[in-house]
Design a protein around this ligand. Sequence first.
Ligand code: PEP
Ligand code: MG
Length: 575
Amino acid sequence: MSFILHGVGVSDGIAIGHAHLAKPTALEAAHYLIPRNQIDREITRLSNAFSVVRKELETLQASATDGPAFAEFSAFLELHHMILDDPMLSEAASNCIAQTHCNAEWAITQQMEVLLAQFEEIDDAYLRERKTDVIQVVERVLKALLGHPGYIPPPVKHVGDNILVTHDLSPADVMQYKQHRFTAFLTDLGSPTSHTAIVARSLNIPSVVALHHAHQIILENDYLIVDGSQNIVIVNPDKYVLSEYRLRKSQLELEKRKLKRIKSIATMTLDGTPVELHANIELPQDVEQVKESGADGVGLFRSEFLFLNRDVLPDEDEQFEAYRTVAVNMRGLPVTIRTFDLGADKNIKDMTRVAANPALGLRAIRFCLAEPRLFHTQLRAILRASSFGKLRILIPMLSSACEIDQTLHLIDNAKQSLRDEKVAFDEKILVGGMIEIPAAALCVDMFMRKLDFLSVGTNDLIQYTLAIDRVDDAVAHLYNPLHPAVLWLIMRVIESANRARVPVAICGEMAGDIQFTRLLLGLGLQQFSMYPAQILTVKRQILNSYLPDIIPLAHRIVKAEHSEKICGLLVKLNK
Ligand code: PEP
Ligand code: MG
């Protein structure tokens, strides 16, 4: 049967291929009642699921080979065996089915909650942390109950045209998928400016998020059309729709190839105003794409991605190597390394504290100032790499003079430690600040007195100005880059920086969206940073823009109050 699902497109383009269902990252269990005469069968279903998981663990144990992590791996499997055999889990869940007539999935998750609450009471931090193991074991049992054993990924039958369908992906999950060849991503949750969406976009493949129940409705190997620009997924299309989409897809590919012709032309508006286009990256290997795009440099290296998906954090030498590689491969073009923005939706293994409002919590520079040793290591690594290219340091989430002073002091300490060891670095390395909290935009003059350059992170600036959680799809419709308050803050920062001749860029998603290119040019922006695949499209728009016509319209948009008026003016601006 053919049907259409509607979501939020976070990366344009069309993909056609087979669905590959990945494991959901969140535990979910439906709750329903089992008829009295089927209770025994339900208990047996649960105990069969335990047996399946026991076999999975044994298979894993057998497949483990000697190696540096062998002992650790075996201990981990043994622990999972113990949890699985613990009567507190298996017997209690069976009793729960017998007494409350609930389904097995519900019983096991309820029992997991009981165990987790008990773990919370434990003083010993190591033991408390074993909560994660309980969750992982329960996750395996749940998958066995639902008929998706956990240790073997579903076979990928159609190599090369797989579309990943999942409930949710953390930014760390998406990083792992960078190694795989998926032609599109679909998720039940998510919003356009979540880090997950940003990373998916950087893979340069169509993605649609916020599809709600897609991973339950779509079946493994269903044939799908993903249209990222129209926010839709067509499941098992008929032959007419399919041939129409195949035609559209090849037209888009042709257009992409044509765009490459403007790669080496200087970027300037029709009236001759030069504009710099930089690239956002997450890992050193992304530099390949940056070079293909003809970018003028790396405007945002989200260095925290070096810290994800690992048990041991990268030490100074490993980080140095990553920054040096980017510096060298960019051959003298500027590379802006943002110091790690961990916290909120990007967490490392040791960040066990669960904040009530993570986006407002110990994130980015706040986390660095609370963990000065980690920060010192990163600063030394960046500074050491600065003698191999043109590096700049960018600090995320700054909000006050005191934070800036503390940060600059720590940078000085790192510099001094290298001088003491006679290690070379760029003494004149520039230090900039991200403007992503309204307080920073309002105090931009103070920021400019203390820092060498500014970069506006519109993703967070919008989140914090409008009080909209950027990862929550329930409020994604309220996330509005064209809100007068947002535009006013952006205009204020650009105008102040231009007046003071302090370099200013925008590195949030607005910079890569051609709907906003002319508006930002009209407000005086001359440096944009975006994911590499967007650079040539934005460049084409700049080459076709005439500032004397644009400036008055852009200012009218900032002054307009109602969204209809703003949208009308934007259409006029983009004609
Ligand atoms: C931003 O907030 O706009 C930004 C570029 O940083 P991130 O998206 O990584 O939070
Ligand atoms: Mg940000």
